[in-house]
Design a protein around this ligand. Structure first.
Ligand code: HEC
Length: 156
């Protein structure tokens, strides 16, 4: 890149060029303006996941294994945001999208193991799987929650 180009190219274009070149000059999200026009379906999906996790804890405490299995299956097969929203999210995440998918898959797999343990009425295995589900929730939140809030939610 020549000196002249650098002087006359707006910062956003430079950031995009760095992104396309796979450069690490700026994180991908720095090139994206905030996207706050439409609230995310993802937020409501997450709230439901939170409720389902609470019901799982309650079910384990009561050893109500059918209830645990049912909630765990809901967690494993949680709804997805509509396609248009997925595209907004993908555009925002750029090259971090793979990590996001990995966390989603981890949560899914651990929730399936939780459902299976509950079907076997195997309390210890259920608790171990539950911890793995929580680990996937936490991992994704630690990496993505704050940037999502900043990008998709209007400041209050
Ligand atoms: C693949 C990434 C990912 C995984 C896995 C994930 N979350 Fe989230 N979660 C998010 C993001 C991103 C936000 C922030 C969304 C927002 O602010 O709109 C969020 C926000 C939330 C919130 C707050 C919603 C609100 O009202 O602001 C709750 C509750 C939540 N998640 C629960 C869970 C639970 C429980 C799990 C595990 C079963 C889980 N999440 C797994 C990405 C994830």
């Amino acid at each position: 890149m020549s000196f002249t180009l650098r002087l006359t190219t707006p910062p956003v274009a430079l950031a995009l060029m760095a992104m396309l070149a796979g450069g690490t000059m700026l994180p991908a999200r720095a090139a994206n303006p905030p996207d706050q026009a439409t609230p995310l379906a993802l937020t409501a999906i997450m709230r439901d996941l939170g409720k389902d996790m609470q019901e799982v804890t309650d079910g384990i405490a009561r050893e109500d294994w059918p209830a645990v299995a049912q909630r765990a299956a809901r967690i494993a097969d949680h709804p997805q945001p509509p396609l248009a929203e997925k595209l907004r999210i993908l555009a925002f995440m750029g090259k971090d999208a793979g990590h996001f998918r990995d966390y989603d898959r981890q949560a899914h797999d651990a929730a399936q193991q939780l459902a299976q343990a509950a079907q076997r009425q195997d309390g210890a295995a259920a608790i171990a799987a539950f911890a793995n589900v929580q680990g996937a929730c936490l991992g994704c939140h630690q990496q993505f929650r704050q940037p999502f809030r900043e990008h998709f939610h209007a400041p209050r």
